[in-house]
Design a protein around this ligand. Structure first.
Ligand SMILES: *Cc1c(COP(=O)(O)O)cnc(C)c1O
Length: 408
């Protein structure tokens, strides 16, 4: 028997960036050569032990890896079912998983000889991670951010500016993440010879969904080793929130061929599954093309992208990464959603029971654990990804939960 036939799923994507019928490269002609160059350099870097060594060193010394796998003992007791472990990406430098990818990509930009970096950001976490690595490497940094998101996430805007980045307000359309991506793409088309675009999730044209996934696989690789050390067996269920899909694919990917490990991705249910009031692409979404990739997205019958809503800016996006569309089609990963109210309740419960304030994005995964842990046996194990810390969300949560305006 060959090694490949032991695999539950084929290796993805193919050389053109397709995950089954999803993914690909839907970009203007002017970007094709830059994307091929990027793919080539990435493949070479991946195979180069010196690149991996430098990445590992910085992930350890600068970013704080490995992150702990924490047994949430009090919360497990309260839920009364499966044992719950949390992968503590919230403890990373800058407060979320995003820095794993930002660091990998800036090392790549260095190999490409490009010293100007651009990025888009929604909640500001990817903007902060990118501004951070730009400061660390002495690169010029321009961050595109929707004007509405800049108001919601003023703290992160200030952080980016302190780190030396230029933050450009995008006022078009809904003035959130989708429009910020459009502006970043426009900049990239114009300045592609000098500029690398650090895309922030497992989204967009090939090679980004593959490359971003690979830079986050460290989450799942560590978690797998840690749970085996601790429990001498694999978990029964993995849970992670899904915006573009980077923290979830990072956790899931190293377990995809472990057929007894179930996986749930949690999308933003907003006010409930009502058109324009949520961002749960697998609830009422359709197949389409957005910002470089063919995937599952929220659009009306004419193909117009619909408005989205979520309490968490980081999950508030109309499309999902193409690998998730494929894993959904394969039935390998189950996709559920949590509403704003469920996420806020989870935010409070984890804070009070474990002394850990989760990001509102991560609170969607926490909400799913609250629902399923009590239905599972006490000898079963859930491993959930705590993708980020909630410091950035405190003002918003105080307004929504206590009705208080905080002034910083
Ligand atoms: C950005 C963000 C997310 C959503 O993005 P993914 O690419 O789906 O991981 C989730 N959690 C936190 C803390 C984030 O900052």
């Amino acid at each position: 028997m060959t090694a490949a036939s032991n695999l539950l799923l084929p290796v993805m994507p193919d050389t053109h960036g397709h995950f089954g019928q999803y993914g690909g490269m839907f970009v203007p002609e002017t970007l094709m050569s830059a994307l091929s160059e990027l793919t080539d350099h990435y493949e070479k870097a991946k195979a180069d032990p010196a690149f991996q060594k430098e990445l590992d060193r910085l992930l350890h010394e600068y970013v704080g890896r490995p992150t702990p796998l924490y047994f949430a003992e009090r919360w497990t007791e309260k839920l009364g079912g499966a044992k719950v472990y949390l992968k503590r990406e919230d403890l990373l430098h800058t407060g979320a998983h995003k820095i794993n990818n930002a660091l990998g990509q800036i090392l790549l930009a260095q190999r490409l000889g490009k010293k100007r970096i651009i990025a888009e950001t929604g909640a500001g976490q990817h903007g902060v991670a990118t501004a951070t690595v730009c400061a660390r490497f002495g690169f010029e940094c321009v961050i595109y951010m929707g004007k509405v998101d800049m108001e919601r996430q003023a703290l992160n805007v200030a952080r980016m500016r302190f780190l030396g980045a230029k933050v450009v307000a995008v006022t078009a359309g809904q003035a959130t993440l989708k429009e910020a991506v459009n502006e970043a793409m426009r900049d990239w088309v114009t300045n592609v010879r000098t500029t690398h675009y650090i895309l922030g999730s497992a989204l967009g044209s090939h090679p980004f969904p593959m490359m971003v996934r690979d830079f986050h696989r460290v989450i799942g690789v560590e978690a797998r080793r840690q749970i085996l050390e601790r429990e001498e067996r694999l978990p029964d269920l993995l849970v992670a929130c899904v915006g573009g899909g980077s923290n979830s694919i990072g956790l899931f990917h190293p377990f995809l061929n472990d057929k007894d490990v179930r996986m749930t991705g949690v999308e933003a249910g907003g006010d409930g599954i009502i058109p324009e009031r949520h961002a749960a692409r697998f609830q009422g979404g359709r197949l389409g093309v957005l910002q470089g990739t063919k995937t599952w997205l929220l659009a009306n019958a004419d193909g117009q992208i619909e408005l989205t809503h979520s309490v968490s800016a980081g999950l508030d996006y109309a499309a999902i990464g193409p690998e998730h569309a494929w894993l959904h089609e394969q039935g390998r990963v189950t996709y559920n959603y949590a509403t704003d109210q469920e996420a806020l309740a989870a935010f409070q419960e984890l804070s009070q029971v474990e002394g850990i304030i989760p990001a509102l994005e991560s609170s969607h995964a926490i909400a799913e654990v609250r629902k399923v842990a009590p239905t599972m046996r006490k000898d079963q194990i859930i491993l959930a990804n705590l993708s980020g810390r909630g410091d950035k969300d405190v003002a918003q949560a105080a307004r929504m939960i206590f009705g208080e305006e905080l002034k910083f």
